[in-house]
Write a protein that binds this ligand. Sequence first.
Ligand SMILES: C[S@@+](CC[C@H](N)C(=O)[O-])C[C@H]1O[C@@H](n2cnc3c(N)ncnc32)[C@H](O)[C@@H]1O
Length: 231
Amino acid sequence: MTPTILQKLQNYFRPDPDPKTIAQQLRQPSGDLAEEVGFKMNEANKPLYDVMIDLIEPKDNDRILEIGFGNGKFFDKLFSNVNGLEVAGIDYSKEMVETAKENNSAPITSGRLDLQWGCSDALPYDDQFFDKVFCNMVIYFWDDPEPHLQEIHRVLKSGGRFYTGMRTRESMLNFPFVQFGFNLYKVEEWKEILIENGFSLLETTSRLDPKMEFNGSELRLESCCVVAIKN
Ligand SMILES: C[S@@+](CC[C@H](N)C(=O)[O-])C[C@H]1O[C@@H](n2cnc3c(N)ncnc32)[C@H](O)[C@@H]1O
């Protein structure tokens, strides 16, 4: 859904939220700000989704799960050029689930996409169900990654792949809001955590994003995707 002229005007005259509010909204978009937060995440995280979809390479009849899909803007990229793909998504923001359902009515109606409200430490899927599980910009909000990674491990088929999309710690430290509850990792630290939780490392891809503007300065963030295999 694109914002109406009235919404754009309201946003223009609303003061920018403080860093703590931004951090809370990125962790779990809610209330009046949720829709705008969804749009902002689309702009900021499109380069990371580009890296992610290139690596996932959806194949015919794959079963793929996205954790923390936000407003679900990028599901259509998964469906191009493949047949029989089944995609599921889970997010614990009610507002994001509702918006993502509106944004993806065609694949939902045809049964190719199933979106649910819930938390990644209790995934509502059978054991060994998915070929691939991915998440972009979500691991920062797992205060203890272990229960989330155990669930991902459980729902993956043997040899299935888990793709972590993240910005490097150095990139994230450009943003004042990260001091409010973000768990930041160096890529090497995240790889260790994956290994401790029953995954083997397959490959890591890093790409510099196009320049973006933040608080009057120009930034180039580094998008990184770590691909791991269920042992
Ligand atoms: C920063 S946003 C990222 C959204 C999108 N993946 C992107 O990169 O633009 C984090 C999203 O993950 C969801 N989320 C965070 N922790 C979660 C969890 N434990 N289980 C399910 N969803 C979660 C939030 O509700 C939010 O929609």
